[in-house]
Write a protein that binds this ligand. Structure first.
Ligand SMILES: *[C@@H]1O[C@H](CO)[C@@H](O)[C@H](O)[C@H]1NC(C)=O
Ligand SMILES: *[C@@H]1O[C@H](CO)[C@@H](O)[C@H](O)[C@H]1NC(C)=O
Ligand SMILES: *[C@@H]1O[C@H](CO)[C@@H](O)[C@H](O)[C@H]1NC(C)=O
Ligand SMILES: *[C@@H]1O[C@H](CO)[C@@H](O)[C@H](O)[C@H]1NC(C)=O
Ligand SMILES: [Zn+2]
Length: 469
C-alpha cells in the first residue's frame, strides 16, 4: 500500500497543481506569456559567440537543445505550427508560396494574398483561443497575426511592415502587457526577421554571421531591460525560439530543372529546397518520369508517396509532385536565377534545420536543459501555462511537462481511503493497481530509453563534428 501511494503521489500533486494554477489566475489575473521568434535562429548559433543575455535566460530558466520543427522547415508553416500545435497538412499553411486547387487561388508571403483569411481558417491560433476564453492578446508582426482569422484579429496588433525596428515592436508589446488591468494582454507574440535575412545572404558559415548573432543577443538584452523597466520581468513567462535553422549552400551544388523537363509541362509553386510541382493537365506521369531519376541530389515524390513521418500529404495545397534537394543543394530552373548562400526548408529531422529554444518565468523550472522536444508540443504547453483548454493538436503536454516548475512539497491526496482491513477486495484492488503502475513504468522507462538513446548518440556526434567547421 505504501508503495502504491508513493507511485500515485506525483499524479495527485500534478492534479492539484492545475487547480492551484487556475485559482491564482482568478484571483491575481491571468498568467502572462510572451512568445518571441527570431527568424532563422539555428539551435547552435548560441555556441558561436558570447551570448550573455541568452545565458541569463537559460540559467534562470530552461533550454531545449534539439527542437524538431515541422516539415516543410519554412517560415510561415512553422510559425503557424508554434501557435496551433498542428502539422502543416492540418493547419493549411503548407508553404510560403501556395496554390489551392479548390479555391483556384495562389498565396504568397510577398503579396496581399497573405491577408486572405481562407488560407488561415483551417486552424485556430492561440491568440484567438485566449480571446475566446476571455483573455486578451497582442501581436507584433508574427506571421498571420494581422489577418482576420476565424473572424478575429488579436486585441492589439501591428500591420506587417519589415521596416519597423525591433525596438519599436518591443515597446508596443510592453505597453500592451502593462496597460491597465482591463486592457492588459495576457498572451503576446513578437517576431523579428533576423538572423534569417543575413543567413540567406551570407550563408551560415560566413564569419560575418558572428556579428549578426551577437546582435540578436543585444536585441534580447533590450527586451529583458524593457520588461524590467516596466516591472513585469518576473511576472511574464518568456519563450524565445525560432521557426527553423539554416544551411550553407554552394554555387557548385545546383540542380537545374530545365535540363530534365520542359517548363511548358508544369508550374512550380513553392521554390528551393522543397519544390511544389504542379504539372499541366494530364502531364503528371510525364513530368514525374522525367524527374524521378534525374539527379541523385534531389528526392522526387508523388504526393501519395511522401514519407509518412513528414505529415505532409493530406491537404489539397500540397502539390502532386514534391522535390526536395539534399542538404546544401539548390533547385533552380536555370542558373539565371538569383542565388542564395544559405537556405532552409529541408527534412525536419536534420539538425541544421532546427531552431533555438529557451524560456524563463514563473511557470518554468530553473537551470534545466532538456535534450529534445517537438515544436508541436509547444502549443499544449502554452495553453497549460495560460490555463486555457488546448484545441485538438499534434503535440502532447506530457512530452514537455518537465520544463515546468514543480510544486515545492507534495502532500498526500485528501481522498486517501482507510487502510483495507475489512475485506480482501481493497487489497486485491491495490495489488492490481501496483501491478499496473509497475508494468506501466517498466514499459515507459523502456520507451524513453529507446527514444533517448539515438538522440543522445546523434547529439554527441554533432558535438564532435560541429556544423560550423
Ligand atoms: C483559375 O483562375 C485563373 C485566373 O487566376 C483563370 O484563368 C482560370 O480559368 C481559373 N480556372 C478555373 C477552373 O476556374
Ligand atoms: C513602415 O514603417 C516605416 C518605419 O516606421 C515607415 O516609415 C513606413 O511609412 C511604414 N510603411 C507603411 C506602409 O506603413
Ligand atoms: C534562363 O531562363 C531565362 C528565362 O527565365 C532565359 O531568359 C535565359 O536565357 C535562360 N538562361 C539559360 C542559360 O538557359
Ligand atoms: C493532428 O491533429 C489533428 C487534430 O487533432 C488531427 O486531425 C490529425 O489527424 C493529426 N495528425 C496526425 C498525423 O496525427
Ligand atoms: Zn528564410
Amino acid at each position: 500500500m505504501v508503495g502504491l501511494w508513493a507511485l500515485l503521489l506525483p499524479m495527485a500533486s500534478l492534479h492539484r497543481l492545475n487547480q492551484h494554477g487556475r485559482g491564482d489566475a482568478a484571483v491575481e489575473g491571468r498568467p502572462k506569456l510572451l512568445l518571441v521568434s527570431f527568424d532563422g535562429f539555428r539551435w547552435d548559433y548560441i555556441d558561436r559567440v558570447p551570448m550573455p543575455n541568452f545565458d541569463t535566460v537559460m540559467e534562470d530558466g530552461v533550454m531545449v537543445k534539439q527542437v524538431e520543427n515541422i516539415y516543410i522547415t519554412k517560415t510561415f508553416p512553422n510559425h503557424y505550427t508554434l501557435v496551433t500545435g498542428l502539422y502543416a497538412e492540418t493547419h493549411g499553411v503548407v508553404a510560403n508560396e501556395m496554390y489551392d486547387p479548390v479555391l483556384n487561388r495562389s498565396f504568397s508571403v510577398d503579396t496581399d494574398s497573405r491577408y486572405e483569411p481562407q488560407w488561415w481558417d483551417e486552424a485556430v491560433p492561440l491568440w484567438v483561443s485566449i480571446q475566446n476564453a476571455g483573455g486578451r492578446s497582442g501581436a507584433a508582426m508574427w506571421p498571420g497575426s494581422d489577418v482576420k482569422i476565424r473572424g478575429q484579429f488579436p486585441n492589439q496588433f501591428l500591420q506587417y511592415n519589415a521596416s519597423v525596428p525591433f525596438e519599436t515592436r518591443v515597446e508596443r508589446i510592453i505597453q500592451w502587457f502593462s496597460a491597465p488591468k482591463a486592457e492588459a494582454v495576457d498572451f503576446g507574440v513578437l517576431y523579428w526577421e533576423e538572423p534569417d535575412e543575413s543567413g540567406h545572404l551570407l550563408g551560415p558559415q560566413s564569419p560575418l554571421m558572428d556579428a549578426v548573432i551577437a546582435g540578436i543577443d543585444e536585441k534580447l538584452g533590450f527586451l529583458i531591460n524593457e520588461l524590467k523597466k516596466a516591472g513585469i520581468y518576473e511576472k511574464v513567462n518568456l519563450i524565445v525560439t525560432s521557426d527553423h535553422g539554416m544551411v550553407q549552400l554552394s554555387p557548385d551544388h545546383i540542380i537545374e530543372l530545365d535540363e530534365y523537363v520542359s517548363r511548358d509541362l508544369y508550374t512550380w509553386v513553392d521554390k528551393s529546397p522543397v519544390v511544389g510541382i504542379r504539372p499541366k493537365e494530364g502531364k503528371l506521369d510525364e513530368v514525374y518520369s522525367k524527374l524521378v531519376d534525374a539527379n541523385p541530389n534531389m528526392m522526387v515524390y508523388k504526393k501519395e508517396n511522401i514519407p509518412a513521418h513528414f505529415h505532409y500529404q493530406h491537404n489539397p495545397r500540397i502539390m502532386p509532385i514534391l522535390l526536395e534537394a539534399k542538404e546544401g543543394w539548390t533547385i533552380t530552373q536555370n542558373r539565371s536565377e538569383t542565388f542564395m548562400l544559405g537556405n532552409h526548408g529541408n527534412d525536419n529531422t536534420l539538425p541544421s534545420m532546427h531552431p533555438v529554444f529557451i524560456a524563463r518565468g514563473p511557470a518554468f523550472r530553473q537551470n534545466y536543459v532538456k535534450t529534445f522536444m517537438r515544436s508541436v508540443d509547444l502549443y499544449p504547453l502554452m495553453c497549460h501555462i495560460l490555463a486555457i483548454p488546448a484545441l485538438p493538436n499534434n503535440g502532447s503536454l506530457s512530452n514537455v511537462k518537465d520544463l515546468l516548475s514543480r510544486e515545492p512539497t507534495p502532500t498526500p491526496p485528501s481522498t486517501r481511503p482507510p487502510a483495507g482491513r475489512d475485506s480482501y477486495a481493497p487489497l486485491v484492488g491495490a495489488l492490481l493497481g501496483v501491478a499496473m503502475v509497475v508494468g506501466f513504468l517498466v514499459v515507459f522507462v523502456k520507451q524513453v530509453t529507446l527514444k533517448q538513446l539515438p538522440t543522445l548518440t546523434h547529439r554527441r556526434r554533432e558535438m564532435s563534428q560541429p556544423l560550423l567547421q
